[in-house]
Design a protein around this ligand. Structure first.
Ligand SMILES: [Zn+2]
Length: 331
């Protein structure tokens, strides 16, 4: 990653508030970091609800830092895993922070007198990749994240696609098996997310250890619960049950993502998220498998399947969103 010393065109403060950590960085209009990405714990109260006042104070420290930085400070771009009213910055529902109807964008503006643009984290990640990352110059792509959950965002006709209510991208909640499937965080049963996410991989590993298919996973979990990382570790060591679990996940992801390509005629899939980084060749294996389910010769020949460019694309997209909203750049 390049650090820029030329901040003449100005910069924004990118903020990515996740389920446990908040990341901060100053990013200029060329997509360069002005300093290292900082991470802070999200302040939760005893009931597991994120404390808006403490979070506001945390953001305030970085606003001060931004004001000390030479160059024009254009504002704050904020990404959250939540349904957001993008016009008002209202956080309608955030399951991670346990917020409902918190006007957080406005509260930051009132507290610090800066412009604040709030959006859903996956959508900002797609924007970051579109403007400065792997999908630069690509008009039709999906940003796909596989981690605690499974979902993403679409970039169609050269711009982010939001949908009628701003909910587009919930393809992890397409039902795969409502009869034998597992309960999903969305309140329904058998969504494909419950078969391919990190917790799903851990659960499958747990079952393999329990019913004696994997001695290795049983050994690894002697001190606690089986994690998704342990299943990848066992897979790398050649454990048969773990290899089957990961092969099943790759097959289901390939079916799911090829469905997006067959439906939307996409040019590229950009993959991010913890599961994707579980093994070094995960995306390469996905790339091969996806082609088994593509309908057209053109898609099989031309579709690009790549890993995310940034370790935190949401931060870059959050800054880009400020520049887009202020008319300093366009997609
Ligand atoms: Zn669901």
């Amino acid at each position: 990653m390049k650090y820029s010393s030329d901040a003449d065109a100005g910069f924004a403060l990118g903020v990515d508030i996740g389920g446990t950590k908040a990341a901060y960085a100053l990013i200029d209009t060329n997509g360069n970091l002005l300093n290292a990405i900082d991470k802070e714990p999200v302040p939760f109260d005893a009931n597991g609800i994120a404390n808006p006042e403490q979070l506001l104070a945390q953001i305030g420290q970085y606003v001060e830092q931004a004001r000390r930085q030479p160059g024009v400070f254009h504002g704050i771009g904020l990404g959250l895993c939540a349904n957001i009213d993008m016009k008002t910055g209202m956080v309608i529902l955030s399951p991670n922070l346990h917020w409902r109807n918190v006007p957080f964008g406005r509260r930051i503006e009132e507290a610090y007198g800066v412009s604040v643009y709030v959006s859903m984290d996956v959508r900002l990640a797609a924007l970051g990749e579109a403007l400065w990352g792997a999908a630069r110059g690509i008009d039709y792509f999906a940003w796909v994240t596989v981690g605690t959950g499974y979902g993403g965002a679409f970039f169609l006709d050269g711009r982010l696609y939001n949908g009628a209510h701003g909910f587009a991208g919930n393809f992890g909640h397409i039902t795969w098996d409502e009869v034998n499937g597992y309960p999903c965080g969305c309140g329904r049963k058998g969504c494909i997310e419950t078969f391919v996410s990190g917790p799903a991989i851990a659960r499958a590993g747990e079952a393999a250890a329990r019913d004696g298919r994997s001695q290795m996973l049983r050994e690894l979990a002697r001190t606690g619960e089986i994690t998704c990382e342990m299943v990848f570790q066992a897979e790398a060591a050649g454990d048969q049950a773990a290899r089957q679990i990961i092969a099943d996940v790759i097959r289901l992801l390939a079916i799911s993502v090829s469905g997006l390509v067959n439906t939307l005629d996409l040019q590229m899939i950009v993959f991010g998220g913890g599961v994707v980084h579980g093994s070094p060749d995960f995306v390469k294996r996905l790339d091969r498998r996806i082609r088994d389910f593509l309908m057209t010769e053109e898609a099989r020949r031309e579709l690009l399947v790549v890993e995310e460019t940034f370790s935190n694309a949401t931060l870059f997209g959050a800054a880009a969103n400020v520049f887009l909203e202020k008319g300093l750049m366009s997609t």
